[in-house]
Write a protein that binds this ligand. Structure first.
Ligand SMILES: *[C@@H]1O[C@H](CO)[C@@H](O)[C@H](O)[C@H]1NC(C)=O
Ligand SMILES: *[C@@H]1O[C@H](CO)[C@@H](O)[C@H](O)[C@H]1NC(C)=O
Ligand SMILES: *[C@@H]1O[C@H](CO)[C@@H](O)[C@H](O)[C@H]1NC(C)=O
Ligand SMILES: *[C@@H]1O[C@H](CO)[C@@H](O)[C@H](O)[C@H]1NC(C)=O
Ligand SMILES: *[C@@H]1O[C@H](CO)[C@@H](O)[C@H](O)[C@H]1NC(C)=O
Ligand SMILES: *[C@@H]1O[C@H](CO)[C@@H](O)[C@H](O)[C@H]1NC(C)=O
Ligand SMILES: *[C@@H]1O[C@H](CO)[C@@H](O)[C@H](O)[C@H]1NC(C)=O
Ligand SMILES: *[C@@H]1O[C@H](CO)[C@@H](O)[C@H](O)[C@H]1NC(C)=O
Length: 724
């Protein structure tokens, strides 16, 4: 009997717990994206369909406010707060492609054009002012000189969007549209940029020419975008460094319907996921379908292998390079020695030397005193701290130090809020041994200056690397562009160094990241489109990739760092041949990676079908302007790739193939010569790659170049020998 009682008691406890858990789950509704593919044709009211689907799974709980966003202009779906059970029920509905939690993505935080040989005297297309670039970011500072509409004509006729930038936000003939997706409730809620990132991005792509722009005199010159006559449409999805996926997807829905020509997006995921769970892959697929190329920063998670998350083949994914103009910060010690570090220090020295204080000499008594993380504030005030760790900059600033000199391994210079130089370990050892050598060590930190880096361009360590973790057959990143120490427009409301307490207000700032590399390429894509308005997104991408300048691949992993090379704006508008891809090709690729016909039809909105021959083996032959092959150690191999080029150069032309040799691999092109009689004519060729045994993992880089008298069409070939 006791046993029965026990069991009953247990059962009721378990039931109670179950109810409690249900209840908890119930309260913990999380924001999810419900993606439904293309919008059906004909009479269809997406918003009411979305409500009715929610009513089906929520029953009486349904409330209008559960529906957070309807994607109903360019593709189909919605965002809603859902329980696990509701997610499960929705995912089973026929109309639904995928349901996934809306995560938070992070921002991938000018001289650069001259460096690339893209001077003002370059040929311009009158069509440049008809190009509209959609910027999905932190908003924009509309009053910046970079976005003045002086001399602009009214918005192009293709523009169907609006200026819905909120309070005290006025568009003009340069910034022709604005939308915001975050309502923080405040009366000041607007698409105005309070972070600085969005203004920086927009001005790199399409900022006006502004003379004498600089950060307190540093990096002084003409600030300008690639296409100063083009227009901007601003979609504000972040008001801090963090951006919500459900909002980003709505920004794509709007930008496509508003009539933008290109989309630039300098933010992304930390980990790659299947395309149907990735809002940027989804949004950019539907953009591509409408002829809009999306350009994305490849991420700042390098330099390890496979860290890239911008992997969809319809995206143009951009790596960050270091250009020739670097910024350094020198300081001179009391013994006359001058050393140099990396920081952007805007503070001119008074010429007086200040006491240099190694952190060890300023520690609190109970500390071990090896670094600057346990300092006595009273000892620090007014001195220049010498620290073996980079948080010394922040600590010294908080404690009222005059300045600081700290070890920092970054390759790039960052803005500092007071005189500070960031140095490597060898320089630190010099400074410390000087400080130890005298009773009264002194130092003077000088204002930053520019210097020339003869090794440029090379890829920054932070830039995310391939191979593509989702589809190894697609080389990612696609291209590289300057992304280090870039001067561009900023928001006077934002903090230029990011250090709490820095109250400076600037119109131009120097920033670093793949975020800054991306809009260089977006601007160049706009430049191509201004000459070739009818080219597909893939054709524009091909022209940018096949004309790129080869980069140094002698170090193994670097072959997965820069894609086709360094973008070359001088050659892009006349590539000679292009490798084109249509929506159908991308749809077939979805089949090849394992999507079934039903899913593919929902996404494509047509009667596409996956054929029985679909499969991974076909992925290598997608008409991509680069070739990558992953092979296992020890085994000799032989593989053929097929590509098709379209003549967009000279009607009557003949191209000859050449291949750079690499050891232990033979690459043969069949045929060796391609003859064209007309523009638009297509020709196919195959690339045969045969290799011997390799005893250790290695990434090898070669390339195929098609040349006529005028053009060089370069297709990189990467062989990735791995231990799988
Ligand atoms: C699209 O969704 C919005 C709400 O987000 C709604 O106001 C609008 O009426 C919807 N349009 C259509 C065509 O369903
Ligand atoms: C609008 O914003 C600008 C820039 O911050 C500011 O100078 C101005 O005072 C604001 N106007 C109003 C009416 O808030
Ligand atoms: C000081 O160093 C000792 C030995 O390395 C360690 O056990 C102790 O936790 C350290 N104290 C502080 C305050 O860091
Ligand atoms: C400098 O002096 C500190 C102790 O004050 C010592 O730990 C350090 O090794 C010395 N460094 C050099 C380079 O002389
Ligand atoms: C390529 O890089 C290597 C190592 O960084 C360097 O030794 C070599 O000189 C570089 N070659 C070229 C052509 O820049
Ligand atoms: C690749 O192409 C070459 C020349 O066209 C041909 O001889 C060879 O059999 C092909 N190899 C494979 C594996 O298809
Ligand atoms: C095409 O070029 C070849 C060689 O340059 C030349 O012989 C031929 O006449 C040209 N054909 C036409 C139609 O221009
Ligand atoms: C490359 O071609 C040469 C000459 O035809 C041949 O001797 C060699 O075995 C080939 N190497 C591989 C890896 O196929």
């Amino acid at each position: 009997m006791a046993d029965w009682k026990h069991i009953l008691l247990c059962t009721s406890i378990i039931l109670a717990m179950y109810k409690f858990m249900l209840c908890v789950a119930h309260e913990e509704r999380k924001l999810h994206v419900v993606y439904m593919g293309s919008l059906p044709n004909g009479d269809y009211a997406p918003a009411s369909q979305h409500s009715s689907m929610l009513r089906q799974v929520m029953g009486n709980d349904f409330a209008e406010h559960s529906l957070i966003r309807s994607y109903n202009r360019s593709f189909n779906g919605f965002a809603a707060k859902l329980t696990d059970q509701e997610v499960h029920d929705l995912a089973r509905m026929d109309e639904v492609v995928s349901v996934f939690e809306s995560k938070t993505l992070k921002l991938h935080t000018t001289r650069s054009w001259d460096f690339m040989g893209f001077q003002d005297k370059r040929r311009r297309s009158p069509g440049e002012s008809d190009i509209i670039i959609g910027v999905i970011d932190t908003g924009i500072w509309p009053e910046s000189d970079s976005f003045s509409d002086y001399g602009f004509s009214p918005a192009p006729k293709t523009w169907k969007g609006e200026c819905a930038g909120g309070n005290n936000f006025t568009c003009n003939k340069k910034i022709i549209g604005a939308r915001k997706y975050i309502d923080d409730g405040g009366s000041s809620s607007s698409a105005r940029d309070n972070v600085g990132h969005g203004s920086h991005i927009a001005s790199i792509a399409a900022g006006n020419k502004v003379k004498d722009a600089s950060f307190y005199g540093i990096a002084k010159g003409i600030a300008k975008g690639a296409v100063p006559s083009s227009r901007l449409a601003v979609y504000q999805v972040c008001v801090t460094e963090r951006c919500v996926e459900a909002d980003i997807l709505k920004a794509f829905d709007d930008a496509i319907a508003d009539g933008v020509d290109l989309i630039t997006i300098s933010l992304g995921r930390r980990e790659e996921v299947d395309f149907k769970l990735d809002v940027i892959a989804i949004g950019s697929f539907h953009a591509m379908e409408k002829g809009i190329l999306t350009v994305q920063s490849c991420g700042n998670s390098g330099p390890s292998r496979g860290t890239i998350t911008s992997v969809a083949p319809w995206l143009l994914s951009v790596a960050a390079s270091i250009m020739d103009r670097r910024i350094i910060d020198k300081f001179s010690l009391g013994n006359g020695q001058t050393l140099s570090g990396r920081s952007i220090n805007s503070f001119a020295s008074s010429g007086k030397k200040i006491a240099l204080l190694p952190g060890e000499h300023a520690s609190l008594p109970y500390c071990n005193g090896s670094t600057c993380d346990c300092l006595d504030p009273k000892k620090v005030i007014g001195n220049i701290l010498l620290c073996s760790s980079e948080d010394g900059v922040q600590t010294g600033y908080e404690y009222g130090a005059f300045g600081s000199i700290v070890i920092n391994s970054d390759q790039h210079a960052g803005v500092v809020p007071y005189p500070a130089s960031r140095i490597d370990e060898i320089t630190y050892a010099h400074a410390l041994s000087y400080a130890n050598s005298t009773n009264n060590p002194q130092v003077e930190i000088l204002k930053s200056e520019a210097m020339n880096d003869p090794n440029a361009p090379y890829i920054a360590d932070f830039s995310s690397r391939g191979p593509n973790p989702l589809i190894p057959e697609i080389l990612k990143p696609d291209i590289s562009a300057p992304g280090v120490e870039i001067l561009a427009a900023f928001s006077p409301n934002a903090n230029p160094s990011g250090f709490p307490g820095d109250n400076r207000h600037v119109k131009y700032n120097i920033m670093t990241g793949t975020s800054m590399a991306c809009p260089h390429v977006t601007g160049i894509a706009a430049y191509v489109k201004s000459f070739h308005p009818d080219w597909s997104p893939a054709a524009i991408k091909s022209s940018i990739m096949t004309t790129a300048i080869p980069m140094n691949g002698s170090q193994d992993l670097k072959n997965f760092a820069y894609g086709a090379g360094h973008v070359n704006p001088v050659k892009v508008i006349d590539p000679g041949l292009i490798l084109d891809l249509s929506k159908d090709d991308y749809v077939n690729l979805l089949c090849d990676i394992g999507y079934d016909t039903a899913t593919v039809r929902k996404i494509s909105g047509d009667n596409s079908a996956c054929s029985s021959s679909s499969g991974k083996s076909l992925l290598k032959d997608i008409n991509y302007p680069s070739i990558v092959y992953q092979v296992q150690l020890i085994q000799p191999f032989m593989v053929n790739f097929t590509r098709t080029v379209t003549n967009v150069g000279i009607a009557n032309s003949t191209y000859k193939a050449s291949v750079t040799k690499i050891s232990n691999i033979n690459i043969t092109i069949v045929p060796q010569v391609l003859s064209f009689k007309s523009l638009g004519e297509k020709q196919s060729f195959s690339v045969n790659v045969a290799g011997g045994k390799f005893s250790k993992p290695i990434v090898l880089s070669s390339s195929l170049v098609w040349t006529d008298e005028k053009h060089r069409v370069r297709i990189p070939i990467i062989v990735d020998v791995t231990q799988i």
